[in-house]
Design a protein around this ligand. Structure first.
Ligand SMILES: *[C@@H]1O[C@H](CO)[C@@H](O)[C@H](O)[C@H]1NC(C)=O
Ligand SMILES: *[C@@H]1O[C@H](CO)[C@@H](O)[C@H](O)[C@H]1NC(C)=O
Ligand SMILES: *[C@@H]1O[C@H](CO)[C@@H](O)[C@H](O)[C@H]1NC(C)=O
Ligand SMILES: *[C@@H]1O[C@H](CO)[C@@H](O)[C@H](O)[C@H]1NC(C)=O
Ligand SMILES: *[C@@H]1O[C@H](CO)[C@@H](O)[C@H](O)[C@H]1NC(C)=O
Ligand SMILES: *[C@@H]1O[C@H](CO)[C@@H](O)[C@H](O)[C@H]1NC(C)=O
Ligand SMILES: *[C@@H]1O[C@H](CO)[C@@H](O)[C@H](O)[C@H]1NC(C)=O
Ligand SMILES: *[C@@H]1O[C@H](CO)[C@@H](O)[C@H](O)[C@H]1NC(C)=O
Length: 398
């Protein structure tokens, strides 16, 4: 048949050309697509070795089907008419998955995606949920900012270098069950007012910063290599039952409802120890095993008592409270005299506006005692507290 004769060579030719083309295309280094039809060019690629950019003119739904790996970036910036990005087989993005300024994007649906080097999602104000059937379990850095996400279900990492989640006003729940290690930092700020964060299995973290959250639960946390800071949170209690040490500063600041801290296993704070402006925190305590503060101690607030058994503060101390309980300053002065506090000790009770780490110590309305560091203290740290520990601890911070 003439018809068959005609059509067969044509098909054969077409598939040869396609195979040829797709081999070339799969080698990258980059492709820009504006539609699902454009995306078909890389549908046969097991691994697209380059960057895929979704053009800002893309609109409606863009299907990125077939391709399994993108070794470079998957980028889409300012496609303000794009509502959905979907993919059936893509499982790995070797570079950044960067989505920015996608004002009406409401659907991110990836059936097979499990590994992303960098997640960078910024300015996705219509995105309420992720639809990642397999859950992303590997990512080095994650930045999620200015989205409408309620949670981050679909991201369940076992380890991450940095996780920064900020300005997602509808985010109320984060539970990353698999997360065990954080090698650089976790930071949350300015998300939903009622954000509750749960990292049930997190054991080792580098830096941890939580701002504007209503709950943080990390029952397994054992070691914080860097600093751990809590700012402007609404929770009433915070407990780190298994935390043994921090490598940097531990801070609780500006949390008006905070009334109880519990760090029963903490023995050393590797930086400063800052507690400031937590108006409901009337008793500073809950640090039954804390012995060493490598940096300075800085407490400012309305607390009526300080119960610690610290044996070594290598920096100075600043303690200012509205309370008129003079015993507090007696204890700190004694601690300083005994060499437990090595730097300058400033302690003021009855202070109308307690200041943290002030540049000068003027303006105290009640007892004020400022001591100078012992000249002799420049000697060996080794001779420090050894002989004093027992007596001083007992005397001092009861
Ligand atoms: C996206 O749009 C914003 C504001 O219109 C502009 O500042 C930015 O440079 C654009 N980004 C890209 C990658 O085109
Ligand atoms: C987590 O960190 C510990 C100690 O640093 C290390 O032994 C372990 O291999 C890490 N686990 C993962 C999943 O990175
Ligand atoms: C904590 O973050 C700082 C940068 O803010 C970084 O230099 C440091 O290495 C981090 N700490 C750890 C233990 O990763
Ligand atoms: C978060 O806390 C900061 C202070 O640490 C405050 O300035 C900011 O207004 C708060 N943001 C929200 C969204 O609550
Ligand atoms: C706390 O630490 C103890 C002793 O290392 C361990 O047995 C326990 O499982 C830890 N608790 C949690 C919740 O990880
Ligand atoms: C503080 O919290 C700890 C642990 O959650 C608890 O055991 C303790 O009773 C609480 N203390 C106060 C004064 O509420
Ligand atoms: C505590 O509040 C006072 C007054 O608002 C402010 O000047 C000071 O910087 C705050 N301290 C900290 C550590 O945020
Ligand atoms: C005064 O402070 C000391 C030391 O923290 C504490 O033991 C005592 O209970 C406090 N007194 C009052 C009335 O709070």
């Amino acid at each position: 048949m003439a018809f068959t004769k005609f059509i067969l060579p044509a098909l054969a030719l077409t598939s040869t050309v396609l195979a040829q083309t797709s081999t070339d295309i799969c080698a990258g280094p980059s492709i820009t697509i504006a539609s699902s039809a454009d995306a078909e060019q890389i549908a046969d690629c097991t691994n697209y070795k380059g960057d895929v950019t979704i053009d800002s003119s893309a609109s409606g739904t863009l299907q990125l089907n077939g391709v399994r790996q993108i070794s470079g970036d998957l980028l889409c910036n300012n496609a303000t008419q794009l509502t959905a990005i979907t993919s059936d087989q893509l499982n790995t993005i070797g570079g950044s998955f960067s989505l920015t300024g996608l004002t009406i994007l409401s659907t991110l649906s990836f059936d097979s995606l499990t590994g992303i080097n960098k997640i960078n999602w910024v300015g996705l104000p219509a995105l309420q949920a992720l639809n990642f059937a397999q859950s992303v379990d590997r990512a080095n850095t994650v930045l999620i900012s200015n989205t409408q996400l309620n949670n981050i279900e679909g991201i369940d990492l076992t380890a991450v270098s940095s996780l920064d989640i900020n300005n997602n006003p509808y985010l109320t729940s984060v539970n990353v069950n698999s997360l065990k290690n954080v090698t650089t930092a976790i930071s949350f700020s300015a998300n939903g007012r009622d954000l509750e964060i749960l990292f049930p299995n997190l054991e080792n973290a580098a830096n941890l910063t939580f701002r504007n959250v209503s709950k943080v639960d990390m029952p397994s946390l054992n070691t914080v290599g860097g600093s751990m800071g809590f700012y402007s949170n609404s929770f009433e209690t915070f407990s780190a039952p298994n935390l043994t040490q921090t490598g940097g500063t531990l801070a609780f600041v500006d949390s008006p409802n905070l009334a109880n801290l519990s760090f029963p296993s903490l023995t050393q704070i590797g930086g400063g120890f800052l507690i400031a402006n937590n108006t409901d925190l009337k008793a500073i305590g809950g640090f039954g095993k804390l012995k060493t503060i490598v940096g300075a101690l800085d407490f400012a607030g309305t607390f009526d008592s300080v119960d610690l058994v610290i044996t070594e503060v290598r920096g100075g101390s600043n303690v200012q409270t509205t309370s008129t309980n003079q015993t507090i300053c007696q204890l700190f002065d004694k601690a300083h005299d005994a060499g437990v506090i090595r730097g300058i000790n400033t302690c003021i009770t009855g202070k109308a506006n307690p200041e943290s780490n002030p540049t000068s110590t003027s303006g105290g309305s009640a007892t004020s005692s400022t001591s100078k560091p012992d000249a002799g203290n420049a000697l060996a740290p080794a001779m420090s507290m050894a002989g004093l520990v027992g007596a001083v601890a007992a005397l001092l911070f009861i």
